[in-house]
Design a protein around this ligand. Structure first.
Ligand SMILES: Nc1nc2c(ncn2[C@@H]2O[C@H](COP(=O)(O)OP(=O)(O)OP(=O)(O)O)[C@@H](O)[C@H]2O)c(=O)[nH]1
Ligand SMILES: [Mg+2]
Length: 178
């Protein structure tokens, strides 16, 4: 099979839409709408249904990239979007009030999907907030998740986000390389 689907999730402002647009080889399809209730994140728009882009790999493989909304009130989309996916990218905004709470929340919300597939975690906005560190995140994870790849990424940086996707693909199948 030459087509694979991965899903990007995480809290508001973690950079899901930004990462998919940095990675996609086609124009992305987004459902951003004006955010009236997000003054805290100083972000004008938020995803209300999904983002979609395509990453083309050498050898003709295509990775379909789906982004979830970060806001919990749109969580009915989460279950729909993971359908048929082979892995999850969890982006966490290090500049949120309690990023460990976000970590636990999203690991829990997607626990069934992660159990069937795999997950890679990207920590964004570490330029704005140095702490917690990557090692601190590893220490927060339960024993069975200690091997999960966790990288510092800037969602705007294509190199950063493609490294994270490659780590995810590699953990699924060491033969499948981007
Ligand atoms: N300074 C800094 N800004 C970043 C970094 N990564 C992403 N951003 C910015 O953070 C914002 C993220 O916005 P989005 O991509 O809309 O976030 P999202 O995860 O899709 O959010 P929702 O759709 O609202 O859930 C953008 O303004 C990015 O430019 C980073 O590493 N450092
Ligand atoms: Mg978004």
């Amino acid at each position: 099979m030459n087509d694979h689907k991965i899903i990007f999730t995480g809290p508001v402002g973690a950079g899901k839409t930004t990462a998919i647009s940095a990675l996609s080889d086609t124009e992305i399809i987004s459902t951003n709408e004006a955010a009236t209730d997000m003054t805290q994140d100083r972000k004008k728009e938020t995803t209300v249904a999904m983002d979609y882009g395509i990453m083309k790999l050498d050898g003709g493989e295509r990775i379909h990239l789906y982004g979830t909304p970060g806001q919990e009130r749109f969580n009915f989309m989460w279950e729909i979007l993971v359908e048929g996916g082979i892995g999850l990218v969890l982006l966490l905004n290090n500049n949120r009030p309690d990023p460990f709470r976000d970590l636990r929340f999203f690991m829990d919300a997607f626990a069934d999907f992660i159990a069937d597939t795999t997950v890679a975690i990207g920590i964004t906005r570490m330029d704005e907030a140095r702490r917690p560190s990557i090692a601190d995140y590893h220490a927060q994870l339960e024993e069975q998740y200690r091997h999960i790849p966790i990288f510092e990424v800037d969602a705007r940086d294509q190199g950063d986000v493609s490294l994270l996707v490659e780590a995810l693909l590699y953990s699924l199948d060491p033969g499948l390389e981007a």
